[in-house]
Write a protein that binds this ligand. Structure first.
Ligand code: MG
Length: 120
């Protein structure tokens, strides 16, 4: 069965781009969230197989959302989406349980490689 993925990014075009890459490679989009607080809510509601989590978002950033989700579900699989120059935040994310990270601007094959590695 196709894996369900929750996409969290405050930029609509970024969500659209990720959605396009994933659906073309046979993944299901469980839902979308435009900030960290929504990401936490949607995770609880949708129980996706994987979350793609932007770091810089309003309301609650991706690192806080990652921590909250992993508190409620220690097995949650989350890949961080970072921009250039966010190494410190990427390290904090990995230490907080993120499985991997991808760096913007995204290359489709790198996104799929990271997703496959985590959920198959
Ligand atoms: Mg952002």
């Amino acid at each position: 069965m196709a894996k369900n993925i929750l996409i969290c990014d405050d930029a609509a075009f970024m969500r659209m781009m990720i959605k396009d890459i994933l659906t073309k490679n046979g993944y299901n989009i469980a839902g979308e969230a435009e900030n960290g607080a929504k990401a936490v809510e949607k995770y609880a509601e949708l129980k996706p197989d994987l979350v793609l989590m932007d770091i810089t978002m309003p309301e609650m950033d991706g690192i806080q959302a990652l921590k909250k989700i992993r508190e409620s579900d220690p097995n949650a699989a989350i890949i961080m989406c970072s921009a250039m120059g966010q190494q410190a935040m990427v390290i904090e994310s990995i230490q907080s349980g993120a499985k991997d990270f991808i760096v913007k601007p995204f290359q489709a094959d790198r996104v799929i490689e990271a997703v496959r590695k985590v959920v198959g």
